[in-house]
Ligand binder design. Structure first.
Ligand SMILES: [Zn+2]
Ligand SMILES: [Zn+2]
Length: 213
């Protein structure tokens, strides 16, 4: 429904982004400007370094996952169905919207807004905001991105402690993505949520933070 490419491709680009942040090997290198980091990177071929350095990372765990393989195999048809057909069908069938209204609003506008909000994590959250955890890297804490991307604006934290499932030290602040994972944990569908220990976060803030909180 999100149509942000399949899980394998998404995770591959994302791992390369973390490993080689703000270099030519970063698929959406924010040093190439807001537009490139936001959407421009999808309009051009990948930089040679993205492909060459990306090849050195291991993605076998992703392909070992049957859900990843299933989604990748049926990706094109599921995108057509979930991102375009279903959102058009529901308002048309259930409360009598015209087909074009349903298509342009529930499908196209929803898709456009959700993409742009997600991309703000790569553009705005790599340029504007404070850096309480590591002032030497570009990713920042950005309140607006956080609200738009439902909990993904704690980007300085996320790049400093990328293994933390919550992408934030504030589980109870506005972070619906964390609430969703916690709910799945409660249902027993998620195990081994990793978080950075409080003491590690505090020490890191003192050592490399910019003094903000
Ligand atoms: Zn990330
Ligand atoms: Zn990032």
């Amino acid at each position: 429904m999100a149509f942000q490419n399949d899980i394998f491709e998404w995770c591959r680009d994302h791992r390369v982004h973390h490993k080689f942040s703000e270099t030519d090997a970063d698929p959406h290198n924010a040093k190439r400007g807001f537009f490139f980091a936001h959407i421009g990177w999808l309009f051009v071929r990948k930089h040679r370094d993205v492909i060459e350095k990306g090849r050195k990372l291991d993605f076998s765990d992703l392909l070992d996952d049957p859900v990843v393989r299933f989604q990748r195999k049926y990706y094109k048809s599921s995108v057509v169905l979930m991102c375009f057909v279903l959102p058009t069908f529901v308002p048309w069938y259930f409360w009598g919207e015209t087909v074009w209204n349903s298509y342009f609003l529930a499908s196209i506008l929803r898709y456009t807004v959700s993409l742009n909000v997600s991309w703000l994590v790569n553009s705005a959250a790599h340029m504007y905001g404070n850096r309480p955890y590591d002032k030497t890297i570009n990713p920042r804490q950005n309140v607006f991105v956080n609200i738009g991307a439902i909990g993904e604006g704690f980007h300085n934290y996320h790049h400093t402690f990328p293994f933390d499932y919550s992408a934030s030290e504030f589980g109870l602040k506005f972070n619906p993505t964390t609430w969703f994972i916690d709910f799945m944990f409660w249902l027993g569908l998620v195990t081994e949520r990793k978080s950075a220990p409080k003491e590690m976060v505090r020490a890191r803030k003192e050592r490399s933070g910019d003094g903000s909180s």
